[in-house]
Design a protein around this ligand. Structure first.
Ligand code: SAM
Ligand code: SF4
Ligand code: SF4
Length: 345
C-alpha cells in the first residue's frame, strides 16, 4: 500500500498520524448556491466574500505547498468555493506539479467552467479531476445547485474530460440527501458504468452551521450500496493507500468501480492525513474545525524558517477526530464550525 511517509523527519500528530494531503481553497466564491453548502439565503448578493487582495497569491500558495512537501505532503487538491473562478488556475497547477515531493495535484470543481479550461489544465500536468454532479434530472439539478440550469454544460464537460483523460483518472461526486435526489442513485450508476469514470456517493455532512443539516437527511452508504448491488453485483476493492477516504467496490461484470464517502456512518479519522488551507491563509487540521491558524504573519517573513516551524508545530499539535466523536453523540459538537465553501471539500 502506498501513502506511507518516507521522510525520516516528517512530523506525526498527537494520534501518530502523518501528514500527506493538503487541500487548498483557491477561491471562497462560487457560481453555484448548493443549499447543502452555500444556501442563497445566507450567501446572497451582499455577502462579504474576500476581496482579491485578501486571497493568498500564487507565490504564497506555492511556498506553503513546498514546505508542506518537506513535512511529508505528497498530494495536493485545489478546491473552493469554485476553484475555476480563480484566474490563471492552470498556471498554479503547473507550478505545483513541478514541486519536489509532490506527485499528485487534483482539482474538485462543479464543472460549469471546466470545458473551457480542460486543455490548459491537462497541459499543466493536473493528475486527477473530480467533478460534482448531484442529479441527472434537470429540475433536481437546479434545486441542488441553487437554481443553476446548467446540467447539460456540466455533462458535456464530464464527457470532454473523459475523452481528454487524466493520468490519475476522473471521478464524479454525488452528495445524497434523503427525499431530494435518492431516485438518482441508479440512473447515475448506469450512466457512469463502462465510462472509466468512478462515481462516488457522499453522505450529506454536518459541515459548517448554515445548511440546516439534520441526521434524518443523510442517506447511509450501506443502504445505497444495497440498492446498487441488487441491480449490479459488486465486490469490495482494497484501499489504494492508508487513509483513503472512499470505500471502493467494483462491478463483478467488469463495468468499473464505485465509491462511498461515509463520514457520518463510517468515520475514517483514524487514518486522516489531511489539512486544509483557506484562500486567505488559515490552516485547518480538520474539516469540522472551529478555528484555524493564520499563516500570514509567518508568510510575511521572507525566510522560510518561521513558516516551516509553524507548519510542523500545527501538525504535531493536531488531535482532531470529529467524525469519530460525532457518532455516539450525533448532535452538533460545537456551535461555530468553519464553512466548507471557505476551506474546500
Ligand atoms: N465547488 C466545487 C465542487 O462543488 O466540486 C469544489 C468545492 S465543494 C465544497 C467540494 C465538494 O464538497 C463537492 O463535491 C460538494 O458536493 C461537497 N459538499 C459540500 N457541502 C457538503 C455537505 N454538506 N456534505 C457533503 N458534501 C458536501
Ligand atoms: Fe459551490 Fe461546490 Fe459548495 Fe456547490 S458544493 S455551493 S458548487 S462550493
Ligand atoms: Fe479528518 Fe476531521 Fe474528517 Fe476526521 S472529521 S476524517 S479528522 S477531517
Amino acid at each position: 500500500m502506498s501513502g506511507e511517509t518516507s521522510l525520516p523527519d516528517a512530523p506525526r500528530d498527537r494520534l501518530a498520524r502523518p501528514w500527506h494531503d493538503l487541500r487548498i481553497s483557491v477561491m471562497d466564491r462560487c457560481n453555484f448556491r448548493c443549499p447543502y453548502c452555500m444556501p442563497q439565503s445566507v450567501f446572497h448578493d451582499d455577502f462579504a466574500f474576500l476581496a482579491p487582495s485578501q486571497r493568498l497569491d500564487f507565490d504564497a500558495i506555492i511556498r506553503i505547498a513546498r514546505l508542506s512537501a518537506g513535512l511529508g505532503v505528497s498530494k495536493l487538491r485545489l478546491t473552493g468555493g469554485e476553484p475555476l473562478l480563480r484566474p490563471n488556475l492552470s498556471t498554479l497547477v503547473q507550478q505545483l506539479t513541478s514541486l519536489p515531493g509532490i506527485d499528485d495535484v487534483a482539482l474538485t470543481t462543479n464543472g460549469v467552467l471546466l470545458g473551457r479550461h480542460l486543455d490548459a489544465l491537462h497541459e499543466a500536468g493536473l493528475s486527477r479531476l473530480t467533478i460534482s454532479l448531484d442529479s441527472l434530472d434537470p429540475v433536481i439539478f437546479s434545486q441542488m445547485s441553487g437554481g443553476r440550469d446548467v446540467l447539460s454544460t456540466v455533462l458535456s464537460a464530464i464527457d470532454a474530460a473523459a475523452r481528454r483523460g487524466f493520468p490519475g483518472g476522473i471521478k464524479v461526486n454525488t452528495v445524497l440527501q434523503r427525499g431530494v435526489n435518492e431516485k438518482d442513485i441508479l440512473p447515475l450508476v448506469e450512466r457512469f458504468r463502462h465510462s472509466g469514470i468512478i462515481l462516488r456517493f457522499i453522505e450529506y455532512m454536518d459541515v459548517g452551521t448554515r445548511n440546516h443539516w439534520s441526521e434524518s437527511a443523510v442517506v447511509p452508504s450501506a443502504s445505497v450500496l444495497e440498492r446498487i448491488a441488487a441491480r449490479w453485483p459488486v465486490e469490495p476493492v482494497a484501499p489504494h493507500y492508508r487513509g483513503e477516504v472512499a470505500q471502493r467496490y467494483r462491478f463483478t461484470d467488469g463495468a468499473g468501480e464505485i465509491g462511498f464517502i461515509s463520514s457520518v456512518t463510517a468515520p475514517f479519522c483514524g487514518d486522516c492525513s489531511r489539512a486544509r488551507l483557506s484562500s486567505d491563509g488559515q490552516l485547518y487540521t480538520c474539516l469540522f474545525a472551529d478555528e484555524g491558524t493564520d499563516l500570514r504573519p509567518a508568510l510575511a517573513d521572507p525566510d522560510d524558517q518561521a513558516l516551516d516551524r509553524q507548519l510542523r508545530h500545527i501538525w504535531q499539535g493536531r488531535g482532531d477526530r470529529y467524525s469519530e466523536k460525532r457518532n455516539p453523540e450525533p448532535q452538533r459538537a460545537s456551535g461555530d464550525r468553519i464553512e466548507m465553501y471557505y476551506i474546500g471539500g
